[in-house]
Ligand binder design. Structure first.
Ligand code: SF4
Length: 248
C-alpha cells in the first residue's frame, strides 16, 4: 500500500482545513512578536518631532557620568519638565562629588525642589558623593555591579549611567520601556526587572544603548500611560496593543 492519506475523507478534510489555516497562523505568528528592527527604525524616523528627554539633554550637554547619575536620581518619580530645570539649578551650584559635599542637604533640597522626595534625594546625593570619594577616587564607576553598591542607585539608574554616561552596553528599563515593550508584544513581563532580563535575552545588542531614550520619548509623546495615541502611532501596524483598553 502506498503511503497516501489513510485517514479517509474526514482526514482529507482536516488536512485541507489545516492547510487553509496556515496563512492565518503565519499572520498571527508574525503579529505575535513585532520585528523590533522595524519598530526601532520607524520610531527613529519619527522622533525628530518629539521633545528630547531631560536625561538626554543632560548627557548631550555635558557628557559627564556624574551629572547623568545625579540627574537620574532627580528624575525618579518626577516629570521631565521638573527634572530638567532642577538639574540645571543644582549643576549651576556645583557638579563634582567633592564640591557637592560643600553644600548642605538643605541647600541641595532647595535647589532641586520641587522634584519628588526632594529632601530624601538631597541626602541620597550627599551619600553618593561621600561614597564616590571614599571608594571610587571621586569617579563614577562604569560598571553596573559597582554602581549598585551606591546608596539609592537601582538597576534603572545604574544602566542609565553605563549606557548614556559611558556609552557601554546596558538596558535601562523604566516605566515607559516596561509598558511599551509589553504593549508591543515584544516581551511578556510583570516588572521592569523582568523586562530588563527579557530584553537582555532577545534585544539585539546594537539597540541596547538607545532603547531607553527612544522609548521614553515615545512614551511621553505617543504611547502614553493612559489612552495612548494609537491612531497616529508610527508602529500601529506592528503593535499587538497588549492590555490597551482605550486609546485615542
Ligand atoms: S499602537 Fe498604541 S499601544 Fe501600540 S505602540 Fe502605538 S501607541 Fe502604543
Amino acid at each position: 500500500m502506498s503511503n497516501v492519506d489513510t485517514a479517509g475523507h474526514g482526514g482529507y478534510r482536516r488536512n485541507v482545513r489545516a492547510a487553509r489555516s496556515r496563512p492565518d497562523d503565519a499572520r498571527r505568528a508574525a503579529r505575535a512578536e513585532p520585528a523590533i528592527a522595524d519598530v526601532i527604525r520607524r520610531l527613529r524616523r519619527t522622533r525628530g518631532a518629539w521633545n528630547p528627554t531631560a536625561l538626554a539633554v543632560v548627557a548631550d550637554e555635558s557628557g559627564d557620568p556624574f551629572r547623568v547619575l545625579i540627574a537620574c536620581i532627580l528624575s525618579l518619580r518626577t516629570q521631565d519638565t521638573t527634572t530638567g530645570p532642577a538639574a540645571a539649578r543644582l549643576f549651576a551650584l556645583t557638579d563634582t562629588p567633592a564640591a557637592m559635599l560643600s553644600l548642605t542637604a538643605r541647600q541641595i533640597a532647595r535647589a532641586i525642589y520641587p522634584v519628588g522626595f526632594y529632601r530624601t534625594k538631597a541626602r541620597v546625593i550627599l551619600g553618593i558623593c561621600r561614597d564616590l570619594l571614599a571608594r571610587f577616587g571621586g569617579r563614577v564607576p562604569d560598571d553596573i555591579d559597582a554602581l549598585l553598591t551606591l546608596g539609592g542607585v537601582g538597576r534603572k539608574t545604574a544602566n542609565l549611567v553605563v549606557t548614556v554616561g559611558y556609552g557601554k552596553p546596558g538596558i535601562c528599563v523604566d516605566t515607559h520601556v516596561h509598558r511599551i515593550s509589553n504593549r508591543l508584544g515584544y516581551v511578556r513581563t510583570r516588572t521592569p526587572e523582568e523586562t530588563e532580563m527579557a530584553l537582555r535575552g532577545k534585544l539585539p545588542r546594537r539597540y541596547w544603548i538607545g532603547y531607553n531614550d527612544l522609548l521614553v520619548s515615545f512614551g511621553q509623546n505617543i504611547c502614553t500611560p493612559l489612552s495612548p495615541r494609537c491612531s497616529t502611532c508610527p508602529v500601529q501596524t506592528l503593535c499587538r496593543r497588549v492590555g490597551v483598553t482605550s486609546s485615542r
